[in-house]
Design a protein around this ligand. Structure first.
Ligand code: TXA
Ligand code: MG
Length: 318
C-alpha cells in the first residue's frame, strides 16, 4: 500500500507518537519530527544517514513560536521575516536553552523558517510543537519536490508522506545568519540575493563550496543524481565530443538546435528563472531514471535564481 496520503489527522497522530512524517513545503519535501522528541529526531538522522554534526531546520507557523525558541532577534532578521514569511527563507538565530542540542548539533544557534504551504501550516497549527525537518532525501541525493520522490526513497522506512502536490519553488530555502549583528548568507536558495538586499541592503555571502563545519549542508557533493553530471557553458561543443554516448541535456530556455539523438529537457521555454528553478530537481530525478551515460547541464545566467540553480548544478557534478 502506498504511504502517500492527504490525511492530516493521521500525520498528527504519527507525529504525536514520536515518529516521523514527510511533509510538503513550497521548497522541497521535508522529513519531519517533533523537535522535543529525541526518538523522532534520532530517527530522522538515521533514515537520512545524515551525520549528527549537520543541524536541522525548525519549522514554525507563527512569530510567537520563533520568539519562544530564540534569545535574540536582530532588527534585520525581523525585517526579513516580515518581508518573506511565510516563505522560503531560513534565519539562523541565537537559540534559547530549550532547543535540544540534537537539533542544532550543539551549536548556540537554531535555523528556523515558516514554510509557505497551506497543508503544512495547517499541520503546524494543529500540533503543540514545532517540526524539525531536513529535506526528505538520503544524504547527498537529489531533494524531493513531489510525494512520489519521497516514496521512492523511503517507502520501507517511514509510515507516511503527507501529500501536498508538487513543490511550487522546487529549490531549498535561502539561509541567512547573523555574525556581530551583520547578515551573512550561508546557502543560496529560493529567494534571490537581489530580493534579500532590496530589504536589508548589502549582505556577506558565504555559500561555501567545500566542507564547511558551519553549514554542512553545503558539502560540495550534494543534490547529486546517480548519473555522472556535467555543468558546461557550451553544451553543443561538449556533446559533440561524446557522440557515442547517451546524453541527457538540461537547457534553460528554447532556441537551441540540439542534435536529435540527445534527450533534451528545457526548464523554462520562455526563459523564466523561477519556473526553471521549480523544475530543476524533478528534471534531475527524471533524467536519473533514463539510464543515460551522462547528464549535461548548461550554465544558467549568473543573477537572481540563476545563481541558486548554478549552485545546485555545480554540486550535482561533484
Ligand atoms: O527549504 C528548506 O530549507 C528545506 C525544507 C524541508 O524546509 N529544508 C532543508 O533542510 O533544506 P536541510 O537539512 O536539507 O538543510 C538545512 C541546512 C543545512 O545545510 C544545515 O547545515 C543548515 O541548514 N543549518 C541548520 N542549522 C544551522 C545552524 N544553526 N547554523 C548554520 N547552518 C545551519
Ligand atoms: Mg538537504
Amino acid at each position: 500500500m502506498s504511504i502517500v496520503s492527504k490525511d492530516i489527522q493521521k500525520a498528527v497522530s504519527i507525529l504525536n507518537n514520536d515518529d516521523v512524517v514527510a511533509i510538503p513545503t513550497e521548497t522541497v519535501y521535508g522529513l519531519a519530527g517533533n523537535i522535543y522528541s529525541e526518538k523522532a529526531i534520532r530517527k530522522i538522522f538515521e533514515i537520512k544517514q545524515r551525520p549528527l554534526f549537520n543541524p536541522l531546520i525548525v519549522h514554525v507557523h507563527s512569530l510567537e513560536s520563533v520568539e519562544d525558541l530564540v534569545s535574540e532577534f536582530p532588527e534585520k532578521a525581523r525585517k526579513l521575516a516580515r518581508a518573506f514569511w511565510p516563505g522560503s527563507l531560513t534565519l539562523v538565530l541565537k537559540k534559547k536553552p530549550k532547543v535540544p542540542d540534537l537539533i542544532t548539533a550543539g551549536k548556540d544557534t537554531v535555523a528556523i523558517r515558516m514554510p509557505n504551504h497551506p497543508v503544512t501550516l495547517h499541520l503546524l497549527k494543529t500540533l503543540s510543537f514545532p517540526l524539525a525537518a531536513p529535506s526528505a532525501n538520503p544524504f547527498g541525493c537529489i531533494s524531493p519536490t513531489r510525494a512520489a520522490h519521497v516514496e521512492g526513497y523511503f517507502k520501507d522506512t517511514i509510515k507516511m508522506v503527507l501529500d501536498g502536490g508538487d513543490c511550487k519553488n522546487g529549490i531549498e530555502s535561502t539561509i541567512i545568519g547573523f555574525e556581530d549583528d551583520q547578515p551573512v548568507l550561508y546557502r543560496l536558495g529560493s529567494i534571490s540575493i537581489e530580493d534579500i538586499t532590496a530589504v536589508i541592503g548589502a549582505i556577506k555571502i558565504r555559500n561555501k563550496k567545500e566542507l564547511a563545519p558551519d553549514a554542512p549542508g553545503m558539502l560540495a557533493r550534494h543534490y547529486a543524481p546517480k548519473t555522472k553530471t556535467f555543468l558546461v557553458k557550451d553544451v553543443a561543443s561538449f556533446v559533440r565530443k561524446y557522440s557515442n554516448k547517451k546524453i541527457g541535456v538540461i537547457r534553460f530556455k528554447d532556441g537551441h538546435d540540439d542534435a536529435k539523438m540527445i534527450h533534451v529537457e528545457v526548464l523554462s521555454k520562455s526563459g523564466d528563472l523561477k519556473e526553471a528553478a521549480s523544475k530543476l530537481y524533478s528534471t534531475l530525478h527524471k533524467l536519473d531514471t533514463l539510464h543515460l551515460d551522462m547528464i549535461v547541464a548548461e550554465t544558467f545566467p549568473d543573477y537572481g535564481l540563476g545563481k541558486s540553480i548554478n549552485d545546485r548544478l555545480f554540486r550535482a557534478t561533484k
